[in-house]
Design a binder for this molecule. Structure first.
Ligand SMILES: [Zn+2]
Length: 651
C-alpha cells in the first residue's frame, strides 16, 4: 500500500496542532530490563528467531475460472480451494475471507468509517459485495452440501467430519459474483480513460484465513485500513474477457498463442532478451483492431502463479503495453511489464515505468532474495498504490519521482509481505516499515541517485514521528488513527531499521542479518518476536532496549552535552567530557570534539554507557583546550531537542 508522499504537509499540520513529546524520564532499569520476550522459543518457533524443527503452516491451492462483464462491470467465477491442514490438530471448521463484502452498504467497515470519509471509505453510496450462489465440498469427485455461515467479511464452513491433522485435505468449491466498485478502498476499482475503462481486480475470490500457532484462526474483519494475512499455495486462474481487452495478472501467462497476435508474441520474445523497454502494443495501436486476435468475441487468458499468497489482475481495452528483461542473481531472468492508458504514455510518466520495475526488482533481488515470479507487471489505474504478488497497481497520474517512488514501493512489497508472509492485518510495520526501509536504499542507487531526493532526512522526520498525539508502532492498523498511519506503519519502522543499520549494528552486519531473516522466513509466517529474535541471534546483539523504546513505545531520543573538565586542570593531560541522555530511549553516541589546535576527532560510544544512568563521563586524550563538543554532529538520530547537542567553551 502506498507511502504517504505528502509527508511535508503533514509535518506542518502536526506542528500546528500539537507539540513534540518532551519531558520523558530516562530509566536505565526500564530500558534494559532483563525480560523482553513474552514466551520462550519452542519447536515451532525457535528462540533463535527461525522456524523450529516442528514448524508448520497450512496450505491453500486455488483453481479459479472467472469472467469479466464490461457492460455491468461484474466478475463472476468459481473457485476450487484445496486446503491442507498441516497443524497438529484436527479442525472441525475452517474460516475464509470474503473481502468484497466490505463494499456492502451494511458492512462493518462502512459502519466504522468516519463521516468525513477518507482513503478506505466506500464512495458514491456503492452497494456491492459478494453474491455467493453455492458452497460445496468435493469428496471422492462428488459435490456435497456443506454447512456455512457468512458474517460480514468472513465465512465459516462447518465440516461434517473434522479435517485431519498433519496433512488432512479438503476441497471446497464456491461460486461467486460481485460488481467491481468504481473506487474500491484504494485497492481495486475502475478508471475511465479515453479508450475504455481500466479494471483493477483484487480481493476477488474467497480466500482462506490463516490458521497458525499464535492465534489459531486469524479472523479480524476487513475494515479497510488493515491489509491481508494469507496462506501460500499454487494458484491457477483463467479470466474470460472481451477480445479487445488486454488482461495482465500475477504469474505466468500460460496461453500466449491464444490471446496475443503473432506480432505481439514476437515482441514479447524480443523483450525477454532486452535491457531496454520493448513496446508490445504501442499507443498508436491501442485503437487498432489489428492489435487483437481476429475471429472471436471473447478470449480466455490463463495464468499460473506458484508459491504465492494471492493473485490479482487487470483488464482493459485501453492498455499500451511494454516490457523488458529483469536480470536476477544466479543468471535467472524475469520480465518487467507495464500497462497504461495513452494519456499516461509520456516520457515523464509511464513510458519509464518498466525501467523502474526492472531496476527496483533487480536491486531488491540482490539485496535480499531473488524475485520468484516470471513476470512483474505495473498497472496504471485508479488505485494510488497497491501491491499483489507479481503485479502492482499504481496511480495513472503518477509521474517522475512519484512514479518511481510508488513503483519501487509497491514492488518492494514483493519481499514484505509476498515472500516473507507476515500478518499485515495486525503488524503493518513488518511489511510497510520494512519496505520503506529498503525503498530508501533503492532511492539512493537508482540511476545514480536520480530520485534520491525522495529520501526524507532524519531530522525532518523527527517532529512527524514524535508529536504528542502519535501512537506506538505496536498497534493494529485499524486502531491507528488514519492521519498517523504514514508515521506509525511506514516512516518510523523504516527509520528504525535505518538506525539499526547505520547507527547501532553497522551496514554490513545488518544487511546480512536482513538477508538471513528473509531467507529464514521466505514463504512462511514470522511473528514480530521471531523477527526480533532472528536479528539478535544473527548479529549477536541484545537489542531489547531498542525494540522496547522504538517499536513498543514512543520513547524519544534526546542526547545532550553537559560540559568539559581537564585532568589536573591541564588540557594536555586529557579531558573528561560529560554527556546526558534526557530522552527515554538510549542510543549509541557519536561525539565530535574540536580543540583550539584545530584538531577535530569523532568518538563513538556504545549504548551500554547508558546502563549506568542519565549522565556519563568519558575520558578523551585531548592535546589542547577543547573548544567545542557536538553530539550527533551529522544529525543521524531523530533527536527531539537539538538545542543541547552542542557545547562551546566560553570565550
Ligand atoms: Zn505499502
Amino acid at each position: 500500500m502506498k507511502r504517504n508522499l505528502f509527508f511535508s504537509t503533514l509535518v506542518l499540520l502536526t506542528l500546528l496542532v500539537s507539540g513534540i513529546a518532551l519531558g520523558q524520564q530516562y530509566n536505565q532499569h526500564e530500558a534494559f530490563a532483563p525480560v523482553f520476550y513474552p514466551m520462550y522459543g519452542d519447536k515451532v518457533r525457535a528462540a533463535d528467531g527461525t522456524p523450529g524443527p516442528e514448524y508448520w503452516q497450512n496450505r491453500a491451492d486455488y483453481a479459479i475460472d472467472a469472467s469479466l462483464n464490461d457492460q455491468d462491470h461484474t466478475v463472476k467465477g468459481v473457485v476450487t480451494i484445496t486446503y491442507t491442514n498441516n497443524s497438529p490438530q484436527a479442525l472441525p471448521f475452517v474460516w475464509l475471507q470474503l473481502d468484497q463484502n466490505i463494499y456492502k452498504t451494511e458492512s462493518r467497515g462502512n459502519a466504522a468509517t468516519a463521516v468525513s470519509g477518507g482513503r478506505w471509505a466506500n464512495r458514491d453510496a456503492f452497494n456491492g459485495g459478494y453474491t455467493i450462489s453455492s458452497v460445496k465440498i468435493l469428496e471422492k469427485g462428488k459435490e456435497a452440501d456443506v454447512a456455512y455461515s457468512i458474517d460480514d467479511t468472513r465465512m465459516q464452513v462447518k465440516l461434517a467430519q473434522k479435517l485431519k491433522a498433519q496433512g488432512g485435505v479438503i476441497r471446497l468449491k464456491i461460486a461467486f459474483e460481485f460488481k467491481i466498485p468504481k473506487y474500491g478502498t484504494d485497492r481495486l476499482g475502475q478508471l475511465d480513460t479515453k479508450n475504455g475503462i481500466i479494471y483493477e481486480v483484487a480481493q476477488w475470490y474467497p480466500r482462506m484465513c490463516v490458521y497458525d500457532n499464535l492465534n489459531g484462526w486469524n479472523t479480524l474483519p476487513y475494515l479497510g485500513q488493515g491489509e491481508f494475512y494469507l496462506e501460500y499455495g499454487d494458484i491457477t486462474y483463467s479470466i474470460d474477457a472481451p477480445v479487445n481487452h488486454i488482461v495482465v495478472g500475477s504469474g505466468e501467462l500460460l496461453n500466449p498463442k491464444d490471446v496475443l497476435t503473432a506480432e505481439q508474441q514476437k515482441r514479447w520474445a524480443d523483450a525477454t532478451q532486452s535491457e531496454k523497454t520493448v513496446i508490445l502494443r504501442s499507443a498508436a495501436e491501442v485503437t487498432s483492431a489489428n492489435s487483437r486476435p481476429a475471429g472471436k468475441a471473447r478470449l480466455t487468458w490463463k495464468f499460473k502463479c506458484t508459491n504465492t499468497r494471492d493473485v490479482a489482475w487487470a483488464s482493459s481495452k485501453s492498455f499500451v503495453w511494454d516490457a523488458a528483461r529483469i536480470n536476477l542473481p544466479g543468471g535467472k531472468k524475469s520480465l518487467a511489464m507495464s500497462v497504461y492508458p495513452v494519456e499516461a504514455a509520456t516520457d515523464s510518466a509511464w513510458n519509464r515505468s518498466t525501467e523502474y520495475v526492472k531496476h527496483s526488482i533487480e536491486f531488491y533481488s540482490n539485496y535480499l532474495y531473488p524475485y520468484t515470479y516470471p513476470t512483474a507487471v505495473n498497472v496504471a489505474g485508479i488505485v494510488g498504490g497497491m501491491e499483489y504478488p507479481g503485479i502492482v497497481f499504481c496511480s495513472a497520474r503518477a509521474k517522475k519521482a512519484s512514479l518511481w517512488g510508488v513503483t519501487s514501493h509497491e514492488f518492494g512489497h514483493n519481499w514484505f509481505p509476498m515472500i516473507v508472509g507476515s500478518n499485515e492485518r495486525k503488524f503493518p510495520w513488518m511489511d510497510e516499515g520494512f519496505n520503506t526501509y529498503i525503498n530508501t536504499l533503492a532511492d539512493e542507487r537508482f540511476n545514480n541517485g536520480e530520485y534520491a531526493s525522495n529520501i526524507a532526512p532524519t531530522q525532518a522526520l523527527t517532529h512527524y514521528l514524535f508529536h504528542d498525539s502519535t501512537e506506538s508502532i505496536y498497534n493494529i492498523p485499524d486502531v491507528t488513527q488514519q492521519r498517523n498511519l504514514g508515521a506509525v506503519a511506514y516512516r518510523k519502522p523504516g527509520l528504525g531499521l535505518t538506525l539499526l543499520r547505520n547507527e547501532i549494528i553497522g551496514a554490513q552486519r545488518f544487511d546480512s542479518a536482513m538477508r538471513y531473516y528473509t531467507h529464514a522466513w521466505a514463504f512462511k509466517h514470522p511473528s514480530p518476536y521471531d523477527f526480533f529474535h532472528c536479528i539478535e541471534n544473527y548479529t549477536g546483539e541484545t537489542l531489547d532496549w531498542f525494540w522496547r523504546g522504538w517499536f513498543m513505545n514512543q520513547w524519544t531520543i534526546d542526547q545532550a552535552v553537559v560540559g568539559v573538565s581537564y585532568i589536573n586542570n591541564d588540557p594536555k593531560q586529557g579531558s573528561v567530557i560529560t554527556i546526558r541522555n534526557n530522552g527515554q530511549l538510549p542510543m549509541p553516541v557519536t561525539v565530535e570534539i574540536t580543540q583550539d589546535n584545530n584538531k577535530k576527532e569523532t568518538v563513538k560510544l556504545p549504548v551500554e554507557v547508558w546502563q549506568h544512568g542519565t549522565t556519563w563521563k568519558f575520558r578523551h586524550n585531548s592535546t589542547g583546550t577543547v573548544t567545542a563538543v557536538n553530539i550527533d554532529p551529522r544529525q543521524k538520530l531523530p533527536d527531539v531537542n537539538r538545542s543541547n547537542n552542542q557545547w562551546n567553551a566560553a570565550k
